[in-house]
Design a binder for this molecule. Structure first.
Ligand SMILES: [Cu+2]
Length: 711
């Protein structure tokens, strides 16, 4: 009789069941953490990826696994959350689109640490540094992120990697987790794991993963230039002091040649170091301290010679070096209990970036397109958590001051006159901006048994990125828009301001869960590429002449416009009998310009998925359908193409060999359907079976197998 357990599973964390791409058992182990504050369940979507790591299973504690071969790119997993979609720019360069927003408008963190991507085209969005095989869970704020998580225009995502935990037996214990996957469609493998020793006071562990994949196959050919290669390793430790913990962690992520077919260049390498240390925990019964300091250093090279087929000829050979360094410090003091408190906090974030374009065949040709860019932010917040009658509240406000500067670009002797003039003009400009921004987020919910209505009002801001302000040379760098347009920066940009209201209810019962949300968001001063001047196509300015030399006579400038978004998304799980589990999501969003008659770029069409699984005592088996409608609401400003509707089907199975050993397998795209996800980038690899300029198709039919174990 597993019904009571199933009920526990569903009531504790139905979201995980819905969203998990992987084994989703052992939800009960999350209960203590998730129950600590009801708000966590209500305000955060948690995707459990390697539940086996979290806790060995009881035999009858099975819920269906979902459903897919885990893609190397964690953004592909996060995209399964309600409201989520994947902006696909390469095997390891995916961005999470959330309710119509993506790029730097969605905050991404790893183990709670925020940092700046290195690639000016976001070849390394935040989740690039969270190999799927090592992810314990992904937490996504449901709608606008609380001000305590720092600035972000919309939601915030945090990927937590597997790690060693303190021993709770009072003795020295060893803890090993290992997982591996093979996937046929791209002949890829991923292996990863973690090992450590722990006492109740001390924990010490190592983590590592290695992934490699070839070009993937689709119905009709091979998408050339989509192979990937990544290595990650690190150490971590913690020391328990009183009710809290001092922690320190170091990781290094090394990405080797990896394709980015929607871009002009591919990844040659990312060598990135993450260092984080701090204290988390109670100081006294009524005082909780979170203290973190972090450093991230990204070193990056991309070119059109190493992975690109065919390589560009010598004249057009390019190799671009990009570095980014981030230093962060955060402190938050919480006065009161878990559910009745006031939190006061402050944070600083210092970012330095440099980008230099070179021609590897000509040492005299180089341009510093991002010369010594720097951004320094100081912020503070107050957040109140309380209740009035039956209604619970979380209300917070934050203030940030951001100061940005740029240096003077250096150029090689072989650089032609046009770019020289632009560089001189940039050198003579102010090259600095200061902004003060204010965010307010108010959330209220009313627990009423099975049903919890919820509403959020927010005012959130985003300071223009260093690229949007200081890109003095017209290039395609645009944090991964990959629309083929050439962009130039604008020092006069103002911060974006988003006003949003979200209303939802959560219905949770033993046999049925249903969580619909409706929202409206208006973004004043939304930053968007607009025609450089009034005489589009007439080459009467140095910017247009240089852009024309680089292949685009109609460059775009980042400007403040106005935009609005509205939509509905939902997820549900149903358990018609004790052994059958159905779950699914439906997502709908519209995004439009307000100032002109145009739609916004890379907005997903109506889409959804549904899976059904049969759960045995030590196994589960099922199928999943994923589909999207056509998208005709496309951006004229970004030269976006419409896309066609599709449905694809997959099968999955899961076997629990022992309580701590799990085997999973499946067939993806079982009918070998040809489909092109609307948010996929367009192909620029000539030697590919995918025609130039076509949206990259989704993966064809393939099988996958995955094993994971705790020792
Ligand atoms: Cu790059």
């Amino acid at each position: 009789m597993n019904f009571p357990l199933c009920r526990a599973l569903l009531s504790v964390s139905p979201f995980s069941l819905v969203a998990a791409p992987n084994a989703v058992m052992a939800q009960q182990s999350n209960a203590p953490e998730d129950d600590r504050s009801n708000a966590n369940d209500l305000l955060t979507d948690t995707i459990i990826v390697t539940a086996a790591k979290t806790e060995p299973l009881e035999a009858d504690n099975l819920s269906p696994s979902e459903q897919i071969a885990i893609p190397a790119d964690a953004a592909g997993i996060a995209a399964r959350t309600p409201g989520g979609a994947l902006v696909q720019n390469g095997a390891l360069s995916g961005q999470l689109s959330y309710r119509g927003l993506f790029g730097e408008r969605v905050l991404g963190r790893i183990n709670g640490q925020r940092f700046a991507s290195g690639g000016p085209n976001a070849m390394d969005p935040p989740l690039h540094y969270a190999p799927s095989i090592l992810i314990d869970r992904i937490k996504i704020t449901r709608g606008a992120a609380p001000v305590s998580q720092g600035p972000s225009l919309s939601a915030a995502v945090n990927a937590e990697l597997v790690g060693t935990r303190f021993s709770d037996t009072g003795e020295l214990t060893a803890d090993v987790y290992a997982a591996g996957q093979y996937r046929s469609v791209d002949n890829s493998y991923a292996i990863g794991g973690q090992a450590g020793i722990a006492t109740p006071q001390l924990r010490l562990g190592v983590i590592g993963s290695r992934e490699e994949g070839d070009d993937y196959d689709y119905a009709g050919g091979t998408a050339v230039g989509t192979s990937f290669e990544r290595l990650l390793y690190g150490v971590e430790g913690g020391f328990r002091a009183g009710e809290g913990e001092f922690f320190v962690e170091y990781r290094r992520s090394e990405t080797d040649p990896t394709g980015n077919p929607p871009f002009a260049l591919d990844i040659v390498y990312f060598d990135t170091d993450f260092l984080q240390a701090g204290y988390l925990g109670q100081l006294t019964d009524d005082l909780h301290l979170d203290l973190r300091m972090g450093h991230v250093a990204v070193r990056h090279l991309m070119d059109n010679q190493t992975a690109r087929q065919p390589a560009a000829p010598a004249m057009r050979a390019r190799a671009t070096f990009a570095d980014a360094d981030t230093n962060t410090g955060e402190i938050a003091l919480r006065f009161g209990s878990d559910t009745r408190n006031v939190t006061v906090g402050g944070d600083v974030e210092m970012i330095d970036k440099d980008v230099t374009i070179t021609n590897p065949t000509n040492a005299a040709f180089f341009l510093e397109t991002q010369p010594n860019l720097s951004s320094e932010r100081v912020g503070g917040f107050v957040q109140w958590r309380g209740g009035i009658g039956t209604t619970e509240f979380e209300i917070g406000a934050r203030l940030d001051h951001t100061s940005q500067t740029a240096g003077v670009p250096q150029l090689g002797a072989a650089v032609p006159m046009g770019p020289r003039m632009l560089a001189a003009a940039f050198a003579a400009s102010a090259r600095g901006q200061d902004d003060t921004t204010a965010d307010v987020v108010a959330r209220a919910w009313a627990p009423m048994g099975d049903i919890v209505p919820r509403v959020t009002f927010s005012r959130k801001t985003r300071v223009p990125s260093l690229l949007e302000r200081f890109a003095w040379l017209p290039t395609e760098a645009s944090y991964g828009l990959a629309d083929g347009n050439i962009y130039v920066g604008n020092q006069g940009l103002k911060p974006e301001v988003a006003y949003a209201v979200e209303a939802r209810f959560d219905f949770n019962s033993p046999a049925f869960n249903f969580r619909p949300t409706a929202y409206y968001r208006r973004v004043d001063d939304f930053i968007q590429g607009t025609p450089f001047d009034a005489t589009v196509g007439v080459l009467d300015t140095p910017v247009e002449m240089v852009a024309n030399m680089n292949g685009d006579p109609t460059p775009l400038t980042f400007r403040n416009v106005d935009a609005e978004f509205y939509g509905v998304d939902l997820d549900f799980t149903a358990r018609p009998t004790a052994r059958i589990m159905i779950d699914g999501t439906v997502n709908y969003v519209r995004g439009m310009r307000v100032d002109i008659d145009d739609d916004l770029y890379r907005i997903p069409p109506l889409n959804g998925r549904i899976s059904i699984a049969y759960e045995g005592d030590r196994f589960a088996i099922g199928g999943e359908l994923t589909g999207a409608a056509d998208q005709n609401a496309v951006s004229i400003s970004n030269d976006e193409d419409t896309s066609e509707a599709y449905v694809i089907a997959g099968l999955f199975a899961q076997f629990r060999l022992r309580d701590d050993v799990k085997l999973e397998a499946g067939v993806e795209n079982i009918f070998d359907t040809f489909y092109q996800p609307h948010l996929a980038g367009r192909n620029r690899v000539e030697a590919s079976d995918v025609p130039l300029g076509e949206r990259l198709p989704g993966c064809g039919r393939g099988v996958w197998i995955r094993a994971s174990a705790n020792f």
